[in-house]
Design a protein around this ligand. Structure first.
Ligand code: EPU
Length: 348
C-alpha cells in the first residue's frame, strides 16, 4: 500500500461549511483516490482517531471543533458508460461538484437530473439525503453507489434498491460512518419525459410552449426559480432547508386541515407531507434576525448565518422555531442537516 498523504494539524473548517460557522479539525487530509482513502482510514485506526468524511459541507452544522481526522473528499472524475444512443450511464466521482455535474449531463442532452440544478454540495453527499427538488429525487436515476464498507473493510457496489431511499432518507443516514461513498452511477436518457409539474416550475413556463424544451432549459429554469427564493450560500451562509417537511398520519392531516384550511400539504398513502416552511412562516419566524443568525425572508425553511454566528447560535434558533411549531401545531420538526458532534443535535 502506498504512503498515506501527510496529515495537516489544526485546520479551520469555516470555509468548508456553507453555514460558515467557525470550527476546526484536529487532523485533516484531502482524499483523492480509493487507495488513499484506505490508507488514511488505516492511519486513523492505528491512532484511534474518530473520522469525518467532508464533502461540500452544505448539509451539516458544526456545533464545535472536530477532535479527530477530517477527510475531505476530493475523488473526482466524470465519464459516460454504456452510451446506446438514447440512454447512458453517467459515472461521477464523489468529490465532483453536484451542480456542475447536472450542467454537464444537461448540456450533453441527457435528462434525469436537470431539476436538481443548483443544489449545493458534492456528488458523494447526494445519496445520503437522497437530494430532491421540483418533483425529482436522486433515487429516480441512481443505478448504484460504490463505497468502502468500513464494517467489513470491503469495497461494495450498492444497487438503488439496497440504498433504502425515502424522502430525504437513505441507508447511509441510518448507518452513519459505515459507508464512504466514492462514486455514483446514474442512468440518464435523452427521451425521458421532463418533470415540469411542480408549481414553481409550471408557473415559470406558464404560457410558453414546453414541447421543445431541452434538459438544459429546465436546468436554467430551476436555477432562476431557486435564485428568486433561496439564498446563495456563497453570499449568505446557509445550509438549505434546515428542517424536513414533516410526514404525519392522514388522520392528523385531516384535523390540521380542518383547523387551518389554508395549510398546504401533500396527502399520500395513509400519510401526508406538510410544508415545514408554511408552519414556520405561520409562527412569524420568516425574516427574523438577531445580531448573528436568522431566518431567510423569502423561504422560512432556511436558517442563515448573518454575521459571525456559531453552530450553537444556529442550533439555538432552530430549537426555538421547533418549540414554537410544536406548541402551535403539535408537529415535531426534524432537522435536515447533520450535526457534528452528533450529540449536540436538537432534542438530545
Ligand atoms: N411556504 C410558506 N412560506 C415560506 C416558504 C414556503 O408558506 O416561507 C409554503 C409555499 O407557499 C408552499 C409550501 O410552503 O405552499 C412549500 O414551499 P416550497 O415549494 O418552496 O418547497 P419546500 O417544501 O419548502 C422543498 C425542499 C427544497 C426544494 C423545494 C422545491 C425540503 C425540506 N425542501 O421545499 O429543498 O428546493 O421543495 O422542490 O423538502 C433543500 O433541501 O435544501 C431544499 C431547498
Amino acid at each position: 500500500m502506498s504512503l498515506p498523504p501527510a496529515l495537516e494539524e489544526h485546520v479551520s473548517l469555516a470555509a468548508m461549511n456553507s453555514l460558515a460557522v467557525p470550527a476546526s479539525a484536529r487532523w485533516f487530509a484531502e482524499v483523492t483516490s480509493g487507495q488513499e482513502l484506505e490508507s488514511l482510514l488505516e492511519v486513523a485506526e492505528q491512532r484511534d482517531l474518530a473520522t469525518l468524511i467532508l464533502g461540500g459541507g452544505s448539509n451539516l452544522v458544526f456545533a464545535g471543533d472536530f477532535d479527530g481526522l477530517v477527510l475531505h473528499m476530493g475523488i473526482t472524475g466524470r465519464c459516460w458508460e454504456h452510451v446506446d444512443g438514447d440512454s447512458a450511464i453517467l459515472v461521477l466521482g464523489a468529490g465532483e461538484n453536484w451542480h456542475e455535474s447536472v450542467l454537464y449531463a444537461a448540456s450533453a442532452g441527457y435528462r434525469g437530473i436537470e431539476n436538481l440544478a443548483l443544489i449545493p454540495g458534492t456528488v458523494g453527499a447526494a445519496p445520503v439525503q437522497n437530494i430532491g427538488a421540483y418533483g425529482v429525487e436522486l433515487k429516480d436515476t441512481l443505478v448504484s453507489v460504490t463505497a468502502l464498507d468500513r464494517k467489513t473493510g470491503e469495497w461494495v457496489v450498492l444497487a438503488n434498491e439496497d440504498c433504502g431511499f425515502g424522502y430525504r432518507d437513505s441507508l447511509f443516514k441510518h448507518q452513519p460512518g459505515r459507508y464512504v461513498i466514492t462514486e455514483l452511477r446514474l442512468r440518464l436518457c435523452r427521451s425521458r419525459e421532463l418533470t415540469l409539474g411542480y408549481a414553481d416550475l409550471a408557473n415559470y413556463f406558464d404560457g410558453a410552449g414546453t414541447s421543445n424544451l431541452k434538459a438544459l432549459d429546465v436546468a436554467q429554469a430551476v436555477m432562476a426559480v431557486r435564485r428568486r427564493k433561496l439564498p446563495d450560500p456563497e453570499q449568505i451562509p446557509n445550509a438549505g432547508s434546515f428542517f424536513k417537511n414533516p410526514i404525519v398520519d392522514r388522520k392528523v392531516w385531516g384535523e390540521l386541515k380542518l383547523a387551518y384550511p389554508d395549510m398546504p400539504g401533500y396527502p399520500g398513502n395513509g400519510t401526508a407531507k406538510l410544508a415545514a416552511a408554511w408552519l414556520i412562516d405561520q409562527c412569524g419566524w420568516k425574516g427574523f434576525r438577531n445580531d448573528r443568525v436568522g431566518v431567510h425572508n423569502r423561504q422560512a425553511l432556511v436558517l442563515i448565518n448573518h454575521s459571525g454566528g456559531s453552530g450553537s447560535d444556529v442550533l439555538a434558533l432552530a430549537e426555538r422555531i421547533r418549540q414554537d411549531v410544536l406548541a402551535r401545531f403539535g408537529v415535531a420538526l426534524e432537522m435536515e442537516p447533520g450535526v457534528i458532534p452528533p450529540d449536540r443535535a436538537l432534542g438530545r
